[in-house]
Design a protein around this ligand. Structure first.
Ligand code: LLP
Length: 432
């Protein structure tokens, strides 16, 4: 997929010069490539063609309406975690009957809304939640389709803040307890036991933990299927992507290079999992977020100041941790490239935002070309957990977003008007 690359000295998204977008829409600016979204969806879809399956895009990774519509048009379903996300899917033209509703804290209102809209399944995280869904369904004279999330206690070997498959965290029901929970759930009249779900973590760059987890739950799935006529097994999301080109070779589109392929591709994922999954005769659901949206988006930012202190070269840019929090929060690596390629020596630079926190940085001591005020940069691989984790910290408006399709482009989110930030606030009457 050649969606973000230099052509001559200019950095392009598909057929569009990104600098032209920055000039038209301002910065900070998220730019998404439709071809990359579609390409990644299709790659996974094709790789998994050996089993009946449904790809439920994890809306939490990128919930822009145009991104959701792109994936709905591909025939995708959605993994949602709030009624807000379900409403987004509906607003984007997605089908609630292709949605799975996950999350440890579903409220009664959320459950009722999802039941009325007819979601495909609730992915349930506790017995108390089963009771609650049963009660709400009874009130509506409905039967709620559910899948229970099994925690297979497999270490995904990923960042501590995004690992979910071990007993150290709040997710799912312990492997050893799950059959008892199904037995009790089967007595609840307003539940239909439709599937089993698991998700072991995010940004997995090795197929082994997936394989281990699937192997571990197979006998359990077979028993549950025989007893309760389950329809599906969800193997969750978590496929990692390449953030750091140092892990790949020096080719242009580094997340598609042979070295990157060794890390984890849909092909490897499917080759190792399909032989295990196929004999189950179940529909297989997946919940990828980052794999589809991660490398389909960049964050464009402008250098405001170059500041040299005794030891350091700071590039102070107009994007900040409120726009992309991953480096501050997870120490995440995002490749940074200038929109106009520059030859010459590289300078160890810290790219930092204007927010009053030392954590507000995008990289430290990274060799970057010599840049000056007004130069534009792109932070790559920002399509997943980028804009969605944005905030108004320091009263900074949420960034604008643009979708590119070939030579076409469209603004898909306007820059938030500053006054909207406090539109819901009031000065208490006694202060006046
Ligand atoms: N399914 C479940 C139940 C999940 O909890 C998640 C992500 C996914 C699917 C999608 O995972 P993915 O395919 O995108 O890895 N903000 C963090 C990532 C948090 C992931 C939360 N759960 C980051 O920026 O790395």
């Amino acid at each position: 997929m050649h969606s973000f690359r230099y052509s001559g000295k200019k950095f392009f998204c598909e057929g569009v010069d990104v600098q032209a977008l920055a000039e038209k829409f301002g910065t900070p600016l998220y730019v998404y490539s439709q071809a990359t979204l579609e390409g990644h969806f299709q790659k996974l879809d094709q790789a998994m063609s050996g089993v009946e399956h449904l790809i439920c895009f994890a809306v939490k990774s990128n919930s822009n309406l145009s991104v959701l519509r792109t994936l709905a048009n591909q025939g995708g379903g959605f993994d949602i975690v709030s009624s807000g996300e379900l409403q987004r899917v509906i607003a984007a033209g997605g089908d609630p009957r292709r949605c799975v509703f996950a999350g440890v804290g579903k409220s009664e209102e959320e459950i009722e809304f999802a039941l009325r809209r007819g979601v495909y399944s609730f992915n349930v995280e506790s017995e108390a939640e089963l009771q609650r869904i049963n009660r709400v369904a009874a009130g509506l004279k409905k039967v709620a389709p559910v899948a229970i999330r099994v925690n297979p206690n497999v270490d995904a070997g990923t960042h501590a803040k995004i690992t979910t498959g071990t007993y150290e965290n709040k997710f799912g029901i312990a492997f050893e307890e799950i059959e008892g929970v199904y037995a009790r759930a089967s007595k609840l009249k307003h539940l239909q036991l439709r599937g089993l779900q698991m998700h072991i973590g995010s940004q997995l760059t090795d197929v082994k933990p997936f394989e281990l987890a699937v192997r571990k739950i197979l006998p359990l799935v077979e028993r549950l299927k025989a007893k309760y006529a389950l329809e599906f097994l969800s193997i969750g999301g978590g496929l990692g992507i390449v953030y750091d080109p140092a892990l790949a070779s020096g080719e242009e589109v580094w997340w598609e290079t042979p070295a990157a392929k060794k890390i984890l591709t849909p092909k490897t994922y499917a080759e190792r999992l399909i032989p295990l999954l196929q004999p189950l005769g179940l529909r297989i659901l997946m919940e990828p977020g980052r794999f589809i949206s991660g490398n389909a988006g960049i964050l464009v930012t402008k250098v405001e100041y170059v500041k040299r202190t005794g030891k350091k070269n700071f590039l102070i840019v107009d994007a900040a941790m409120n726009d992309l929090i991953r480096p501050a929060f997870y120490d995440a690596y995002h490749e940074i490239v200038p929109l106009r390629q520059k030859a010459g020596v590289k300078v160890a630079s810290d790219v930092v935002g204007p927010i009053c926190e030392s954590g507000d940085y995008f990289c430290k001591d990274r060799p970057l070309p010599k840049l000056g005020e007004g130069d534009l940069l792109a932070l790559l691989s920002a399509g997943a957990y980028g804009s969605v984790m944005g905030s108004n910290y320091n009263a900074r408006p949420l960034a604008a977003e643009v979708l590119v399709n070939g030579k076409q482009f469209a603004p898909v989110r306007e820059r938030q008007p500053v006054k909207e930030i406090w539109a819901g606030e009031k000065v208490a009457a006694w202060l006046k």
